[in-house]
Write a protein that binds this ligand. Sequence first.
Ligand SMILES: [Zn+2]
Ligand SMILES: [Zn+2]
Length: 82
Amino acid sequence: MKKQSIAPKVEKFACGLCKLDISDVGEIVFIQSTGCFHQVHRHCFKSACFERQMKSRGMHCPDCDKEVQQYEIREYLSPEDI
Ligand SMILES: [Zn+2]
Ligand SMILES: [Zn+2]
């Protein structure tokens, strides 16, 4: 019997930024403002946002390259970071 699973239920998440598996569910960030809901580590997303912010560059989803909106970036940056 052939197994035809297109994996509707993803059990393992890989971070789009560091490419490692995200084992801790609490560490997953689903990028929402892009509408793609790709997942990254919370700390990876935060440092990527921080880096882009410092360079005044837009943040893009590492998987689909859609632009992450400012409001979502700000959610992950503390006021001191901006
Ligand atoms: Zn990561
Ligand atoms: Zn995406």
